[in-house]
Design a protein around this ligand. Structure first.
Ligand SMILES: [Zn+2]
Length: 591
């Protein structure tokens, strides 16, 4: 049985009977009333939302017995002929199957014929973007000098593929998808006419499945009717079609928002049970995250989403719960997952893995955004100072922001407890040097000698052995030279350096512009460890230290990042979002 029975039976016979697209029909009817229709119109928009229907109504209105009117009578011989596809004056071409230039030559020849008296010759070309280049050229010739009473109505789902020369000769109307309300109202009316009970749950699913296309909605209703002719309930629709793409997307987004992998997997179950292609499902995921991303970046980008307005509204709300970076990451994973699923013989397994991956994907937050959001929530500045008192009490008590001494020193500090005793005790060598040594151990900066860290780094690169030994010494400025003090415990390293002293001096002069003097000091072990740690943090930082550096040394921020179990990623990743307008206004809601 053909599934287009309803679509044919309930095809609107008048402009008044059309659902939606009033912005198009209003203008066209006004032109019909004045008999001032242009020679060529382009109707663009998604499939099944009334483009060819409008074209046929225009053909009837132009040829209706008794002259052009803004509403065809639908009953006269001419109207009936157009409806039956037997009118000699109305030619309908499906460019998807007639792309050759020959057809257009034919068409051009036909256009030369005068239409029947009082009638207009109408060409309706569906999917016009499919015409060949030669066909477009032939068409262009006609459009350049259109014969009297010849009209072209082009329909397309892809206006971008139409040559500009053609576009510039057409009046263009963009058709939109129908809203759920529009579809629901029409389906309810048709079901009543057919004497079928269409239950609300079933109606909702049919409408969702149709995704804004009236033709699809009627085709689905046809199929469900064939299966259960008297009463259509929700289960009947699910049995036939499984779950619907947009419903699935909305549900999946909820699962991701709730970080509920079980929910996502149950969804995959239901999709698979409905016999839907997993390939399509995965493709749907990509579209979904793209849609969310567009909506998240700029609500105005909704124009690029081919979904009915009310569905976009739901997605827009959901998008608000994600950070753009997260959506980008989700989109990235989904498209890579789709590629794999598409090529795989085991799509089910891969799809499940993908769903879990999507749900569990770590959240990525631009740190400055996070801080700004938290500050907005608490009304207190978070970063800088001693850590806002009320801003994050746990952070403040856990680790006072002012105590910038990083906990990395912990492993040594347990044993370095005597450091407090050792440091004040003047080393045997010289008081001046000793105080310098103390400075080096307590200063937040790596060293008191400018460029020392870079020097050690270079040395480690060029002569790793020498560099490692140098790291054990504590540098200090002294009479235009650099005094490098080694505690007695590191005498061995000192001796090794002495063997290579000429080379070291050479490098010191090159990189620091000064000589190095080597000293042996006693009681400076703790200070040496501190200094060495400080150096290591710069030369070979641990992951945690890198994180700290990323947080700009802000202890509160660092604490926050770790509490959230977050990962700090390079700032370059987020640059793409700097163009996002007014991100403050659309910041994800917290809590
Ligand atoms: Zn008529």
């Amino acid at each position: 049985m053909s599934y287009h029975a309803l679509a044919r039976k309930y095809r609107p016979a008048t402009f008044d009977a059309m659902v939606g697209q009033e912005h198009v029909t209003r203008t066209l009817r006004a032109a019909l009333r004045r008999d001032k229709l242009a020679h060529a119109y382009l109707f663009s928009g998604p499939r099944g939302c009334g483009k060819t229907t409008v074209a046929r109504l225009l053909a009837k209105a132009l040829n209706c017995t008794g002259g052009v009117k803004d509403e065809p009578c639908g009953a006269c011989e001419a109207c009936a002929a157009v409806a039956a596809g037997s009118s000699l004056d109305v030619l309908e071409i499906d460019a998807a199957s007639h792309t050759g230039v020959d057809n257009v030559r034919e068409l051009r020849d036909m256009a030369q014929y005068t239409p029947s008296p009082g009638a207009s010759r109408v060409f309706i070309i569906d999917e016009v973007h499919m015409l060949s280049k030669g066909a477009f050229n032939a068409l262009l010739k006609i459009l350049e000098e259109p014969p009297a009473r010849v009209f072209f109505f082009f329909a397309t789902t892809e206006p971008a593929k139409i040559p500009r020369t053609i576009l510039s000769r057409c009046q263009r109307f963009d058709f939109r998808l129908l809203t759920r309300d529009e579809l629901s109202a029409r389906l309810t009316a048709i079901a009543a006419e057919e004497g079928v009970r269409l239950e609300p749950g079933a109606l909702r699913l049919v409408v969702a499945q149709a995704e804004g296309s009236m033709r699809d909605a009627l085709s689905i209703l046809d199929q469900v009717l064939a299966a259960s002719p008297e009463r259509i309930d929700e289960q009947a629709v699910v049995d036939l079609f499984g779950l619907v793409g947009s419903e699935v997307a909305i549900e999946l987004n909820e699962a991701v928002m709730a970080r509920d992998a079980g929910r996502a997997l149950r969804l995959a179950d239901r999709v698979a049970a409905g016999g839907q292609s997993l390939d399509d499902f995965a493709r749907g995921l990509v579209d979904n995250f793209r849609n969310l991303l567009l909506l998240r970046i700029d609500p105005a980008l909704a124009a690029g989403i081919s979904l009915p307005e009310d569905q976009i509204e739901i997605l827009r709300r959901q998008a608000g719960h994600f950070a753009p970076q997260d959506l980008l990451a989700l989109l990235d994973r989904a498209s890579r997952g789709f590629e794999r699923i598409h090529r795989s013989g085991q799509p089910r397994v891969l799809l499940e893995a993908l769903l879990v991956e999507l749900v569990l994907l770590e959240s990525r937050v631009v740190l400055s955004d996070l801080v700004r959001r938290l500050e907005a929530l608490t009304g207190q500045p978070l970063s800088g100072g001693d850590g806002g008192p009320g801003a994050d009490r746990r952070a403040a008590t856990g680790r006072p922001a002012s105590a910038a001494k990083p906990p990395v020193a912990k492993p040594t500090s347990a044993r370095a407890a005597p450091h407090a005793d050792a440091a004040p005790e003047p080393p045997a060598a010289r008081d001046h040097g000793a105080s310098r040594v103390r400075d080096a151990s307590t200063a937040a900066a790596a060293t008191t000698v400018d460029g020392w860290t870079a020097f050690v780094e270079t040395l480690l690169g060029r002569q790793p052995g020498l560099g490692a030994c140098i790291m054990e010494g504590i540098p200090a400025e002294e009479d235009g030279r650099i005094a490098l003090s080694f505690p007695v415990e590191k005498q061995f390293q000192l001796q090794l350096i002495q063997k290579d002293l000429p080379r070291l001096q050479e490098l010191a002069r090159e990189l620091l512009g000064r000589d190095i003097v080597l000293n042996l000091v006693s009681g400076a072990e703790a200070a040496r460890r501190e200094h060495r740690e400080e150096l290591r943090r710069h030369v070979a930082p641990t992951e945690h230290e890198t994180l700290q550096r990323a947080c700009g040394g802000d202890a509160t921020l660092d604490h926050l990042v770790r509490r959230l179990d977050a990962e700090v990623v390079p700032a370059a990743d987020r640059d793409a979002w700097h163009t996002a307008p007014d991100r403050d206004g659309t910041a994800p809601r917290e809590g």
